[in-house]
Design a protein around this ligand. Structure first.
Ligand code: CO
Length: 137
């Protein structure tokens, strides 16, 4: 069976100071930010640094009730989730649910950059929060 996961879309890192994190990636790796966006529904601001065909997603909360704010308060800065690209988010999510895995999003929802996304609960996936990303063209 072919894997439904076609690429790593992004690796998300929770940070307290987005500008400082962006500056660090620029200074240390010569990286440039390709996209920056407020995602109001998630209460976050993200900056995407391109690495080949994937991204490092630097993520900071924009309000206290953001899940990322809670994450920073309990776990501190660091790896927040890994996002895999899929051709069809709804179909991939259905397969995940059919396998018995616990999901956070019961149906796909809009993500940043006009993507369609769904999250799988880390309790099902060996401690890693996983995001499925469908890139809409
Ligand atoms: Co993400």
């Amino acid at each position: 069976m072919d894997s439904r996961l076609t690429e790593i879309d992004h690796v998300a890192i929770a940070v307290r100071d987005l500008d400082a994190a962006v500056a660090w990636y620029e200074q240390v790796f010569g990286a440039t930010v390709e996209h920056r966006e407020f995602v109001e529904s998630d209460g976050v601001e993200e900056a995407l640094v391109r690495v080949a065909d994937s991204y490092i997603q630097l993520l900071t909360p924009t309000r206290d009730d953001s899940p990322v704010a809670k994450y920073l308060a309990t776990k501190g800065e660091g790896l927040h989730h890994v996002a895999y690209r899929v051709a069809n988010c709804a179909a991939a999510l259905d397969e995940v649910k059919a396998s018995g895995a616990r999901v956070i999003d019961d149906t796909p929802r809009p993500g940043s950059r006009g993507t369609t996304v769904a999250f799988i609960h880390p309790k099902s996936s060996f401690g890693t929060l996983i995001e499925l990303v469908e890139v809409n063209k």
